[in-house]
Design a binder for this molecule. Structure first.
Ligand SMILES: Nc1ncnc2c1ncn2[C@@H]1O[C@H](COP(=O)(O)OP(=O)(O)O)[C@@H](O)[C@H]1O
Ligand SMILES: [Mg+2]
Length: 234
């Protein structure tokens, strides 16, 4: 499955969520590739700190074309794509190949107001890519606050599904990023680790039956026609 983290706003937690979700899925023995399309390359930088072997990462700050991803989808269970903080050509191209677009959103009014354009672009892209599903993720929620408690209610204004799992604002996410590891490696018993594992489980359980019964529907899982498919890791 091709999973993308998209939101035109920076600082909402796309990269942090993408990295930790990818780590969580590899802990479930999923074979995973990671594409960092943000020109800032934060995920790539994180990966280089500890030369993390859990998954491969490619910095690809350009639009993604189906031929780029075809070979990857065939060789990996999941491809996680970290999108840049913009809704230009790169994000549009990502949505064209995505199965599940995750929109991390903090329960702050400014972040909620600024999310509309991203959701509009996703809805528009669904007409071209009927496989595309989208789901909001409460991210950077401050525990014990009214805004935090009411996050899902407020996000209900958007006609988009919301993950049960929520990622709170926790120092472990920042420290793990600084250390070049996932929160599960950094603080295995932390609430941050539990939150990420819960999100990984939610995605894993939703996609596992689909994989067993309906694999052929994903055109990107089909074996490419060429002998050595062009791919991002060439
Ligand atoms: N759940 C979280 N708890 C605490 N800090 C977070 C969390 N998610 C992200 N951050 C921090 O917020 C900043 C922006 O996060 P980042 O993942 O880079 O967002 P984006 O990719 O959307 O720009 C970073 O400093 C990151 O460490
Ligand atoms: Mg980012």
């Amino acid at each position: 499955m091709i999973i993308s983290l998209v939101n035109q706003k920076g600082g909402v937690g796309k990269t942090t969520t993408a990295i930790n979700l990818a780590a969580s899925l590899t802990r479930k023995n999923c074979k995973l590739a990671f594409i960092d399309t943000d020109p800032q390359g934060s995920a790539t930088r994180w990966h280089s700190i500890e030369n993390n072997k859990a998954f491969e990462i490619k910095h690809h700050p350009r639009p993604i074309y189906p031929q780029d991803i075809n070979g990857l989808s065939w060789r990996y269970d999941h491809v996680v794509i970290d999108a840049p903080p913009a809704i230009g050509d790169i994000t549009k191209s990502i949505l064209a190949v995505t199965d599940l677009a995750i929109i991390p959103l903090s329960p702050s009014p400014v972040d909620i107001w600024s999310c509309g354009k991203t959701l509009e672009m996703i809805e528009e892209e669904k007409r071209q890519n009927p496989r595309l599903k989208s789901k909001l993720l409460v991210c950077r929620k401050i525990p014990g606050t009214k805004l935090g408690r009411e996050a899902k209610e407020v996000m209900d204004v958007f006609d988009t599904n919301i993950f049960e799992s929520e990622l709170c604002q926790r120092i472990a996410y920042m420290e793990a990023m600084d250390a070049g590891v996932s929160v599960m490696q950094y603080a295995p018993n932390s609430k941050a680790a539990q939150e990420v594992e819960s999100l990984g489980e939610e995605i894993y359980t939703q996609t596992a039956p689909e994989k067993q019964t309906d694999e052929s529907q994903n055109q990107y899982l089909e074996k490419p026609a060429w002998e050595s498919p062009p791919n991002l890791y060439a």
